[in-house]
Write a protein that binds this ligand. Structure first.
Ligand code: ADP
Ligand code: GN1
Ligand code: MG
Length: 358
């Protein structure tokens, strides 16, 4: 850690980094620097290079997108220090530092006076996250797509995720499959659903847009004074994708009153009012830009992002929890179960989900 800290010119003395946040992928730390005048805070992150195989291309994406957003925010009279991430270059002017042990580290300015929520406090929070993600997508609508690298190939290719899941079940390297037969059956019964969006894409009926691809509530920062959604973070997965997936991933995480890893599924309920609130705000911001079919398929985005995420959690559980960080055994199984409960609830309320979008 000391070696790594020396790679940046902190303009003061950095305190020992403290683990921060609840992301499942990278290792995130808060660094406080006592500078002459006010102390300054930074986010120091160890990039998960098992997940993001090519940190050069990853950081090229993030720098490209944040510089583009910065210029646009400035043109519109906004405050780029609060409305977009800012990558702090190393002493050598690089976007990240490769340590002697091969670990890859990056630093962002900490976006101050914001809150990052793990669940919505009220519908207004959820609407604010919808506006923030909607604006993010709108601002990037003309970003040169050819500049974006695919940081995780086929990230939201649900049939591919299904195939990976089925392979984990077949291999069952930890002998865990027998005890989760019911969950496996749940997925198998929905095999055909998995192709719904990818078939439309393959048929040329849905456009690819610049999307975030990981639009959960804790990837947006809200202003702590006003509650306004101001900064979209966690840009590792910005890639060409489907609008419905960005919409759907937000719904998956936020449209319920439980934690993603709630062990008691009887407490997990899909919230139609929260879904309606998000839909309303999201469409207010991006609605005009969507094709009729994009709009119609938003509920499918919710259903499939939730199913896909459940399959990913369950596959990781079967494979020994090597992808998503866990703090306790069976946490990934609990996560998978909450997702499946939400999918079942969405199916039961399907006509309401469709109606809200109309
Ligand atoms: P992961 O990919 O592991 O989810 P994130 O980039 O989402 O990592 O960061 C993890 C957490 O750290 C976020 O949920 C948020 O709480 C916090 N965070 C990340 N970047 C910033 C930032 N620039 N300012 C304030 N908080 C941040
Ligand atoms: C991961 O990185 P984080 O915690 O914001 C994952 C998402 C999942 C999410 C489930 C790169 O998001 O795809 O939907 O966990 N990110 C990656 O909570 O795999
Ligand atoms: Mg995150």
């Amino acid at each position: 850690m000391q070696e790594c800290l020396q790679a940046w010119d902190w303009q003061g003395t950095p305190a020992d980094p403290v683990p921060y946040g609840e992301g499942h992928i990278n290792q995130t730390y808060l660094v406080r620097v006592d500078t002459p005048g006010a102390p300054k805070r930074y986010i120091l992150q160890k990039i998960n290079t098992d997940t993001f195989r090519d940190p050069d291309l990853l950081m090229e994406n993030i720098c490209g997108v944040t510089e583009y957003l910065r210029a646009m925010i400035l043109r519109n009279g906004g405050d780029p220090a609060r409305e977009t991430l800012h990558v702090c270059p190393t002493r050598e002017g690089k976007a990240y530092y490769r340590a002697s042990d091969g670990g890859c580290w990056r630093v962002y300015d900490f976006v101050e006076d914001t809150v990052c929520l793990q669940s919505v406090r009220n519908a207004e929070d959820f609407c604010e996250s919808a506006r923030a993600f909607g604006n993010f997508q709108r601002r990037l609508a003309r970003y040169p797509v050819e500049k974006l690298h695919e940081t995780i190939p086929r990230f939201h290719d649900t049939p591919k995720r299904l195939a990976d899941f089925e392979s984990a079940v077949r291999r069952d390297p930890f002998g865990r499959a027998e005890a989760v037969r019911r969950e496996i059956e749940f997925v198998c019964a929905r095999r055909d659903d998995c192709r719904y969006m990818t078939d439309l894409l393959a048929a040329g009926k849905l456009p690819l847009r610049v999307t975030h691809n990981d639009t959960k509530l804790n990837n947006v920062l809200l202003d702590s004074a006003t509650g306004k959604g101001i900064c979209v973070i966690d840009l590792d997965t910005v890639m060409p994708g489907l609008v419905a997936n960005d919409f759907g991933d937000s719904i998956r995480f936020g449209a319920n009153d439980c934690a993603e890893d709630e062990p008691d599924t009887s407490k997990v309920h899909f919230s139609l009012p929260l879904y309606e609130a998000y839909t309303h705000s999201f469409l207010q911001v991006v609605g005009e830009a969507l094709t009729p079919l994009e709009r119609e398929t938003l509920p499918w985005g919710a259903r499939l992002m939730t199913l896909e995420c459940g399959m990913r959690f369950l596959a990781d559980y079967l494979e020994g929890d090597h992808y998503f960080h866990i703090q306790r055994p069976a946490q990934n199984l609990d996560r998978a179960r909450t997702q499946f409960k939400l999918v079942a609830d969405m199916e039961d309320n399907w006509s309401d989900l469709l109606r809200a979008v109309q």
